[in-house]
Design a protein around this ligand. Structure first.
Ligand SMILES: Cc1ncc(COP(=O)(O)O)c(C=O)c1O
Length: 417
């Protein structure tokens, strides 16, 4: 039984080692983080809050959860009297659902970012036909703001106008494929003008905010949610940080409303990854992740690819595949991602602003640099990756030959798996 799974894990480790991960939401967590995940902490039930549990035997678990919460406050420069941390949500999607259901009454209104412009499903997505996809869209009324057609960037004065007209109870910022920095101060001013709560979802950016290379949503947002496995480089999980006066609404929305016993092994592993963000190595990684994304974008542009919004401020970029400078113009995001994977470059298909395709055959791909930066790749390797992408997509170079070259490169950038 164990052997079969163990062999598959070895195969997956080989894949992760040999190929180049450009999936913007993935990373390589440290051996310490992964070690804590497989610890005895997974054996314990601890429903409730530290010192207010429903089961006995939680004195050590309380210490761990308190320590992780303290570390989260320290990393984001927050005071315990003003802010409250909840590290129990099993993922950022659940964290978002908890915040929405905790703060709003059924039927109240949410204003969030359009999915095809880079927003996230968990912010209340429904199809243009009106068919609801996200659970939050079934319970609440949702409307969307988006990017400008010419710049593919937000115009905050238009978001304000929309908010004044729509009068939402909650405004959400944050996206899964928005390559530009979000002005949290302006978003906060908009929400407060219309008397709404402000949720800043920094699922993608958390590690880069911790590494102080991107702006922080604190103190502007009422609540901040984040994934812990993306740029933060921890276990799969989430952190919610809210203003102290909202803590009961948020805690109760997680337990007992949405979840049972929290994953104590994950909470401890989050504590480890938060401590790791204080190291010099993490700060260098955060800086280099941005440098790598910028150089990847500029090299691809040189080859004639159209980068959505003209570039990136972050760790990710989007290529619009419509009208590629080659005779093979009609390749969609799905076919492109499959082709690049065959060549050893792993990315994902993605919608682009003002999408003309479908979610399964969108017009773009998303590329991200956190994982390859963690394994030590820098500007030179980004130039080489851009060249391979050009060769595969524009020059129809054989993917088997490119894969061989990718394997030669990745041998020099070993990861501890
Ligand atoms: C902006 C945003 N929020 C939430 C999520 C959900 O994260 P998770 O996979 O941790 O549920 C994502 C995932 O990519 C995201 O991009």
């Amino acid at each position: 039984m164990y052997q079969e799974i163990s062999n598959l894990i070895k195969k997956e480790a080989k894949r992760q080692q040999e190929k180049i991960t450009l999936i913007a939401s993935e990373n390589y967590a440290s051996q310490n983080v992964r070690g804590v995940l497989s610890s005895v902490l997974a054996n314990k039930y601890s429903e409730g809050e530290p010192s207010k549990r429903y089961y006995q035997g939680n004195e050590i678990i309380d210490e761990i959860e308190n320590l992780t919460n303290k570390r989260a406050l320290k990393v984001f420069g927050l005071k315990e009297k003003d802010w409250h941390v909840n590290c129990k949500a099993v993922s950022a999607s659940i964290a978002n659902l908890a915040v929405i259901t905790g703060l709003l009454e059924p039927g109240q209104k949410i204003l969030s970012m359009n999915l095809t412009d880079g927003g996230h499903l968990s912010h209340g997505w429904k199809l243009p036909s009106g068919k609801t996809i996200a659970l939050s869209a079934k319970i609440f009324t949702v409307s969307y703001y988006g990017v400008e057609k010419n710049t593919e960037i937000f115009d905050y004065s238009k978001i304000l106008k929309l908010a004044k007209k729509y009068k939402p109870n909650l405004i959400i910022s944050g996206g899964t494929a928005y390559a530009r920095e979000i002005d949290y101060k302006k978003m906060s001013a908009i929400t407060h003008k219309v008397g709404a709560y402000y949720l800043a979802d920094v699922a993608h950016e958390a590690g880069l905010i911790a590494g102080k290379v991107l702006n922080s949503p604190f103190p502007y947002a009422d609540v901040v949610t984040m994934s812990t496995q993306k740029t933060l480089r921890g276990p799969r999980g989430a952190i919610i940080i809210c203003k102290d006066e909202l803590k009961e609404k948020i805690d109760r929305a997680i337990f007992p409303a949405l979840q049972g016993g929290p994953f104590n092994n994950v909470i401890a592993a989050i504590g480890v990854c938060l401590k790791e963000t204080e190291s010099q190595e993490f700060k260098k990684y955060a800086k280099q992740t941005l440098k790598n994304a910028k150089i990847l974008a500029s090299e691809l542009k040189k080859y004639g690819f159209r980068i959505v919004s003209g570039g990136t401020d972050k760790h990710l970029l989007l290529i619009d595949l419509r009208n590629l400078p080659t005779d093979k113009k009609n390749i969609n995001g799905h076919e492109t991602a499959v082709l690049l994977d065959q060549a050893g470059i792993v990315c994902n298909k993605n919608t682009v602003p003002h999408e003309t395709g479908s979610p399964f055959k969108p017009s773009g791909i998303r590329l991200g640099t956190p994982a390859c930066t963690t394994r030590g790749m820098k500007e030179q390797e980004m130039k080489q990756i851009a060249k391979w992408i050009k060769q595969v997509l524009l020059e129809k170079r054989d993917t088997v030959t490119v894969l061989k070259e990718v394997k030669q490169l990745t041998k020099k950038f070993k990861i501890s798996l």
